[in-house]
Design a protein around this ligand. Structure first.
Ligand code: BGC
Length: 544
């Protein structure tokens, strides 16, 4: 396999707490993942991204790391990871792990030492600042999860900065010793054999040394946190608390490290209002990130699936990023599941399949989130069972991120859908997921699970879908998405009906052959028109 195995490849994202519980404590673990790797391999994906499994007080469920080199006992031991990696590699699957480098947990020994005073060896490893004369925080920076991004520490008599929860203090990357230490933590996992990293909040590493106030945002609020209601974080332009010029230099150091380990890759999560522009900066040339992870297709809690949504995301990317390689996802552990987000009525398997078909037809690397292959809808969590502190804070306006983090349903007739033998699981398995369990879907030829397998197998026959150029066609109908994917030797037109009604479409290209895998079109196929059912799609090869 080439060193660029990730380019145009398909990743599967695992949220380990909710994948499979092998020891009956109600929480998924690494051995659980290992026992289910055949399921992932059967989908035909190329690689897996595993969300954090390092030692953590779990305030942000692993995105608050207290020891980068140790697996948290909830998830197992380091040797469990080695076994997982070995088996994945034997099955032909690459593994990238999530590195949360912008902040640590407040229980990390570095922070524990840092907060003892301003003369210890780690005193300058985090972002400390004196209060203003009136005791208020040093500046106007806001935390993504609500409230100021400054918390006063009584021991040290100073504020420390955190972009997320107060238990996630931000590291001070202006200190070269911090950079060196973090690179060594990364090296540890490269040495263990991982195929790369998903870099959490990769544009958040540096802050403005002068701690200048962020200016107010005057041009709308969308974008900063994927939410679609007003919160203070979205009211600022994040000029000084993230995406600082120095950040790129550290990304280059990470890339130099990755270059020491042949065939490894860096996927950077970029979160900002102008994420596309920043992604271009961060992934241009061959000395920074290999690819960036875009939120463009994941905004909002309920949105309409329209041609312009997809088209503008991809065309913005092309306009600003040229040859940089994008990564796309419709779902992950932070956003409302796409099967519910895009559908104001009932969730249907046809919509779930359509979303997967679009994702795997776009130019870029695609990320399927666990459960998307089963077409799982977002779960409703009763307030008493909420886990995500962000959800508790925003409830009832929003339930937070728990609705996309519920356990995977494996067996329809078992307790907790076969996810765990525990009395109670960390998040409940919703009743409606029980009927979508993997074992049931195995038996239906047209289930979302079998569709996913067929889609990915079929896609492998068409290199243009993996690496071809992309060009959109305007049908003058926002419910019709059409684009071509072309290489020198292959031309494929991809056509999707985003509405819940049948549509007859005049083809903008001359059909050579209908190569769609699903045979989703209804009515006679001729060379000019095609009729697609609700949420139907087709791929055709064409000539100029
Ligand atoms: C992760 C979130 C996490 C945050 C802070 C994000 O981008 O995906 O789950 O809460 O970073 O680490």
């Amino acid at each position: 396999m080439s060193n660029e195995w990730w380019r145009g490849g398909i990743f599967y994202q695992i949220y380990p707490r909710s994948f499979f519980d092998s020891n009956g404590d109600g929480i998924g673990d690494l051995y659980g993942i290992t026992t289910k790797l055949e399921h992932i391999a059967s989908l035909g994906v190329d690689a897996i991204w595993i969300s954090p499994f390092y030692k953590s007080p779990m305030i942000d469920f692993g995105y608050d790391v207290s020891d980068y080199r140790d697996v948290d006992p909830i998830f197992g031991v380091n040797e469990d990871f080695d076994a997982l990696l070995r088996k994945a590699h034997n099955l032909g699957l690459k593994i990238i792990v999530d590195m949360v480098l912008s902040h640590t947990s407040d229980k990390h020994p570095w922070f524990v030492e840092s907060r003892t005073g301003n003369t210890n060896a780690k005193a300058d490893w985090y972002i400390w600042a004196d209060p203003k004369p009136d005791g208020t925080p040093p500046n106007n920076w806001q935390s993504i999860f609500g409230g100021p991004s400054w918390t006063f520490d009584t021991r040290r008599g100073q504020y420390y900065m955190h972009n997320f929860f107060k238990e996630q203090p931000d590291l001070n990357y202006h200190n070269p010793a911090v950079q060196d230490a973090i690179l060594e933590e990364c090296r540890f996992w490269f040495e263990r054999g991982v195929d790369g990293f998903r870099l959490d909040t990769a544009n958040f590493y540096f802050h403005d040394k002068e701690l200048r106030d962020n200016p107010p945002k005057t041009d709308g609020i969308a974008g900063a946190t994927q939410l679609d209601f007003i919160e203070p974080y979205a009211m600022q332009r994040h000029v000084y608390d993230k995406t600082r010029p120095e950040n790129i230099e550290f990304i280059k150091r990470l890339r130099a490290l990755s270059n020491e380990y042949e065939g490894t890759m860096l996927l950077g999560e970029i979160g900002d209002d102008n994420g596309t522009e920043i992604s271009a900066l961060y992934s241009s040339g061959d000395d920074k990130l290999h690819t960036t992870y875009s939120f463009s297709l994941m905004h909002g809690r309920r949105t309409e699936l329209t041609a312009s949504l997809i088209r503008s995301a991809i065309e913005d990317h092309l306009a600003q990023q040229g040859n940089c390689w994008p990564s796309w996802a419709f779902s992950n552990h932070d956003v409302v599941r796409s099967a519910s987000r895009f559908n104001t009525k009932n969730t249907t398997p046809d919509l779930a399949k359509l979303i997967l078909a679009i994702l795997c037809s776009l130019r870029g690397t695609a990320f399927i989130y666990q459960g998307e292959e089963l077409g799982l809808p977002e779960a409703e969590i009763p307030f008493e069972r909420l886990q995500d502190p962000w959800g508790k804070y925003l409830w009832p306006e929003w339930q937070g991120r728990d609705g996309c983090r519920t356990p995977m349903p494996w067996h329809s007739d078992k307790k907790h859908a076969g996810f765990s033998a525990a009395k109670e699981t960390w998040l409940p398995v919703p009743d409606e997921h029980q009927g979508l369990a993997a074992d049931l879907q195995e038996h239906y030829g047209d289930s979302t699970l079998n569709f996913t397998r067929a889609l990915l197998k079929w896609r492998k026959n068409y290199p243009a879908l993996k690496s071809g150029d992309i060009a959109f066609h305007d049908f003058g109908d926002n419910a019709l998405l059409g684009f071509s994917r072309t290489t020198e030797s292959e031309k494929i037109f991809c056509l999707f009906n985003l509405s819940d009604a049948e549509k007859t479409v005049s083809l903008p290209v001359k059909m050579k052959k209908n190569i769609t895998l699903q045979g989703k079109q209804t009515g006679p196929i001729d060379h000019e028109q095609i009729t697609l059912p609700a949420f139907g799609f087709c791929h055709i090869s064409f000539t100029d």
